[in-house]
Design a protein around this ligand. Structure first.
Ligand code: DX5
Ligand code: ZN
Length: 226
């Protein structure tokens, strides 16, 4: 699997880093992806915004398709869209490795997550800061990952909302108690300090945009996150 060769060398306790493309220089995307790979980062976080679920519009399946042949990074695709259902096959075809939908989006979440897996991708389910984490529990059998947003979705560069960490802790406890093996990802305002808080609570995938792309030395910044 793509990205797997990066994780082999690392100890089990190391978190996976997912570099958020939103903070990259979009005019030089190909170079930016090389920079991420050279920093030893495993995943690329691709924020898809439709201007309806959130205010902004970013990029879609055509950009994933264009980047796929030039990169071995694991494409961690975060759909912030009103209606994800009909987009699922488009991202499968484009080459996404993980497809995360929002619990707050339209459609049947269980059916969508099953379809994501059926098409060969890993399935992710995300919750906004004000959505109770308990709402994902019945859907965990359909999820490879839960993305706990630590900012309101829609913009990069916001401050980490510390109160969201309690949700990570409750979810990790629930998974441990019920023998559920799942990835927990945090997204928004992640830097060396907030990464530590998130990992302690049970997160094992860390999305970082501003912190990584704004760093003088991306490898060093990635090391600090881990
Ligand atoms: C926000 C996006 C994030 C964003 C994180 O809606 O989901 O992935 O890029 O950016 P930073 O790391 O700058 O907070
Ligand atoms: Zn995101």
């Amino acid at each position: 699997m793509r990205g797997a060769f990066f994780t082999k060398d690392k100890s089990k306790t190391d978190a996976i880093i997912s570099a958020s493309m939103l903070a990259s220089d979009l005019a030089r995307l190909s170079d930016e992806l090389t920079r991420v790979e050279n920093a030893g980062i495993e995943w690329l976080h691709i924020d898809v915004m439709d201007g309806v679920f959130v205010d902004n519009i970013t990029y879609g399946n055509n950009v994933v398709k264009a980047l796929r042949p030039i990169s071995k990074l694991f494409f961690d695709t975060h759909l912030m869209v009103h209606d994800p259902t009909r987009l699922i096959p488009l991202f499968a075809k484009a080459g996404s490795d993980m497809l995360t939908i929002h619990l707050e989006s339209e459609g049947d979440a269980a059916a969508n997550l099953s379809e994501i897996r059926r098409l060969g991708m890993q399935s992710g389910l995300s919750v906004k800061p004000d959505t109770p984490i308990e709402r994902v529990y019945p859907l965990l059998p359909y999820c490879d990952m839960v993305l706990v947003m630590t900012v309101e979705p829609g913009y990069g560069g916001q401050s980490f909302r510390k109160e969201c960490i309690e949700k990570v802790r409750r979810l990790r406890d629930h998974c441990n108690e019920n023998n559920i093996d799942i990835k927990i990802e945090v997204d928004g305002g992640i830097n060396a300090d907030t990464a530590k808080i998130a990992k302690q609570a049970g997160a094992n995938v860390l999305v970082a945009g501003t912190y990584l792309f704004g760093a003088k030395d991306m490898s060093d910044a990635a090391y600090r996150l881990r």
